[in-house]
Design a protein around this ligand. Structure first.
Ligand code: HDD
Length: 727
């Protein structure tokens, strides 16, 4: 892996969080090896023994210190979101949002607020694959001048359950089964679908998790969502509701499921590596912050409840305003110290932002601090460098394991007179936080509002909004997952839920499972209190208020760039250097990353005797790690590639995963060695080439132009079913 870029660029204003972290960074460069107590070590190779063949001595404090520290290196992994990758960066608002919020970091476009962002999968362990079919966490810590604001979101805008009290059940169901701890990082097993099939409120989220959103091409190509409805409060104490969005500037893109499974074997760190390398190469990932603002008086205007986390607000009803930009520009120095020890908390807010009564959010407000106590070992985790705010901290909280701060003075209570009354409470005008004074007049009940009982309308809206290819993927994903479920009754129950989302979808999945299409129209909600009347808990059916919502389909995402796309070039000795250089230069000029792959490492000798360095050998790579493939001409190179089974497999697989593939006309022999040669016209014109993603040209400039347009399309999903090849 390339080394991390340390600075945001010459002349960039000092990042206050970077300065803060500097006090805790260490480098052994040009230094002596020491014990933890600063004693220089003379021999780190041999323990102290009674004779050179005798037993080690208890006296050996150097040995004991080293082994003891090693024995205690591990901490518990996160109960969810254990597998993650993170980066530093900054956020800048485009223009003041003062009319909506008094939050300081949303006022001044010239202010760069430092951030630390951690992406994660949910179900897998720390060492599990990046390419699991799963929700992705998207957690942003803003180090604002008014304290830390954590936006702890996901790459999907809704959630499985409506009440936090069900969260442990959901997670127990999706995690590996408790008797044998199988399967790792996968929802395709009985306990998950058992729970889901009894929990109709998860129907909408299930559509998202079974869609390609669950297998992103890159963490840099995912949307992010705050999920809950939050509240913004301005300086006049006027509030509005808000939904937060992150919109990636590279668009939203995913891989194929077959590809995801293969990446999990070839490079389980695929997303982590991609994020690291992009930042190290100066291709800084960027997202725009989007807000959907809902005036307070519109709280009950919609046919769904704003407090229900299984609902989104279609962008057609409330447009997303893009209000600022997040840029990630620095890799962490140390994975454990930063990425592992960072502690997010939904409850970390700043004046101008507030919570709502979403019952999922309310439970989260408890869980995040609580979990850090066990994970990070005590109440002082806020002092760990990555967690401490850049805003000053003064209070009367004291002591506890691993306390770092040396609080001075006699008083650790408030009010006091001995300490001059310090630290003072801050008035609102001085930035003191006050909770929004929402009026609540209610009975204390364990109940769920009837306005939370529509479980299907947005699941159907999501399904209807997908392209044909995306619908196929949903059918395949559900068939795969339920196909792995052993208990037929669970499969049947799930078909019953799908029937309420879309009858065609239910029939297609039922066909694949070899089961009859469910006939019944009613569904019993099993998630009800012991004394509840099942009929009273029937999900309600709401009249569709929208046929389709365009932003829900990734087919409508931006497809205008090949920046950071990885392009494999299959070449061997005798390659046509002129064609190769033309295409490489054209791709590089557009920000893509071409890599020459040859049967072996070292260099290849071109037809004109030029020595061309090889980036990877066929032994260590696979097509699933690339976005597109190019095969240049050159008689001997073409003959070698055409005769190399690994190279032909590479091409067939790239075709199967619907990627753009380009051949020099002089490399037609390679094309003819593939399975897909017979699926495409022998001499496609430019329009056909762009339609199929198969580019064939004798002119390297023309080839490069069409190839670049094709790579920007991301994938040619249309050819997936009709032109599938073995690979
Ligand atoms: Fe959570 C971690 C996102 C519901 C309890 N959650 C965690 C992380 C993300 C989310 C991104 C990883 C943070 C990191 O990188 O360290 N969680 C969500 C979203 C939810 C959600 C978007 C629904 C809208 N979570 C949720 C509920 C509960 C939790 C309902 C409990 C009642 N989540 C936790 C936790 C974790 C966590 C157990 C594990 C590690 C951690 O907090 O720091 O407290």
């Amino acid at each position: 892996m390339a080394k991390s870029t340390k600075k945001a660029g010459a002349g960039a204003p000092a990042d206050p969080k970077l300065q803060d972290l500097q006090a805790n960074t260490e480098s052994g460069q040009d230094q002596f090896l020491t014990t933890n107590h600063g004693l220089k070590i003379n021999d780190d190779q041999n323990s102290l023994k009674a004779g050179d063949r005798g037993p080690s001595l208890l006296e050996d404090f150097i040995l004991r210190e080293k082994i003891t520290h090693f024995d205690h290196e591990r901490i518990p992994e996160r109960i969810v979101h254990a597998r993650g990758s993170a980066a530093h960066g900054f956020f800048q608002v485009y223009e003041s949002m003062a009319s909506y919020t008094k939050a300081g970091f949303l006022q001044d476009p010239s202010v760069k607020t430092p951030v630390f962002v951690r992406f994660s999968t949910v179900a897998g362990s720390r060492g599990s694959t990046d390419l699991a079919r799963d929700v992705r966490g998207f957690a942003v810590k803003f180090y604002t001048e008014e304290g830390n604001f954590d936006l702890v979101g996901n790459n999907m805008p809704v959630f499985f359950i409506q009440d936090a009290v069900k969260f442990p059940d959901l997670i127990h169901a999706v995690k590996p089964e408790p008797d044998n701890e199988i399967p790792q990082a996968a929802s395709a097993h009985d306990t998950f679908w058992d729970f889901i099939s009894l929990m109709p409120e998860s129907a909408h989220m299930i559509m998202w998790v079974m869609s390609d959103r669950a297998i992103p091409r890159s963490l840099r190509m995912m949307e992010g969502f705050g999920v809950h409805t939050f509240r913004l409060v301005n300086a006049q104490n006027e509030a509005c509701f808000v939904k937060f969005h992150w919109k990636p500037l590279l668009g939203v893109h995913s891989v194929a499921w077959d590809e995801a499974q293969k990446i999990s074997g070839k490079d389980p760190d695929f997303h982590r590596r991609d994020l690291w390398e992009a930042i190290a190469n100066g291709d800084f990932p960027e997202w725009e912050l989007g807000v959907q603002i809902i005036p307070e008086q519109d709280e009950h205007k919609y046919p769904f409840d704003l407090l229900d986390p299984t609902k989104l607000i279609p962008e057609e009803l409330v447009p997303v305003q893009r209000v600022g930009k997040l840029t990630l520009n620095r890799n962490p120095d140390n994975f454990f110290a930063e990425t592992e020890q960072v502690a997010f908390h939904v409850g970390n807010i700043v004046p101008g932002i507030d919570f709502t009564n979403d019952p999922l959010m309310q439970g989260r407000l408890f869980s995040y601090t609580d979990t850090q106590l066990i994970r990070l070992g005590g109440p002082n985790f806020h002092e760990i460098p990555i967690n401490r705010p850049v805003a000053p901290v003064h209070n009367n909280q004291r002591d506890g394991h691993m306390r770092q701060t040396i609080n001075t003075g006699r008083t650790s209570y408030h009010p006091n007179s001995l300490g001059g009354g310090c630290p003072f409470q801050a008035k609102m005008a001085e930035g003191g936080f006050t909770s929004y004074t929402e009026r609540i007049d209610a009975h204390k009940v364990r109940q769920r509002s009837k306005s939370f009982f529509d479980h299907f309308s947005q699941a159907t809206l999501f399904y209807n909004s997908q392209s044909d290819a995306e619908k196929n993927h949903l059918t395949d994903a559900l068939s795969f997952e339920l196909g792995k479920v052993e208990t037929v009754a669970i499969r049947e129950r799930m078909l019953g839920i799908l029937f309420h989302i879309d009858k065609g979808l239910a029939s297609a999945v039922a066909y694949n499972l070899g089961l009859p299409v469910p006939k019944h129209e009613t569904i019993l909600n099993h998630s009800i209190p012991a004394d509840g009347d099942p009929q009273a808990f029937q999900p309600v059916h709401v009249k569709p208020y929208l046929d389709k919502s365009a932003p829900l389909s990734m087919a409508n995402t931006s497809k205008d760039s090949i920046k950071t796309r990885k392009v494999a070039i299959l070449a061997a000795d005798g390659v046509d250097a002129a064609a190769l250089t033309t295409v490489v230069n054209a791709l590089t000029a557009q920000g893509a990353v071409p890599e020459i792959i040859a049967p072996r490492l070292g260099s290849i000798t071109a037809e004109n005797k030029e020595e061309i360095p090889v980036r990877r050998s066929l032994l260590t790579v696979a097509s699933v790690l690339y976005d597109a493939v190019y095969v240049p001409g050159g008689t001997n190179s073409v003959a070698s590639i055409a005769a190399d089974p690994d190279a032909i497999h590479f091409l067939n697989e790239a075709w199967r995963h619907c990627k753009a593939i380009a051949f020099d006309e002089a490399a037609r022999q390679v094309l003819e060695a593939t399975y897909f040669a017979r699926k495409v016209p022998a001499n496609p014109d430019a329009a056909t080439q762009l339609e199929t993603g198969l580019i064939l040209s004798a002119n390297a400039d023309e080839l490069a132009k069409t190839f670049i347009a094709a790579i920007a399309m991301h994938r040619f999903w249309e050819r997936e079913k009709p032109q599938k090849v073995p690979a």
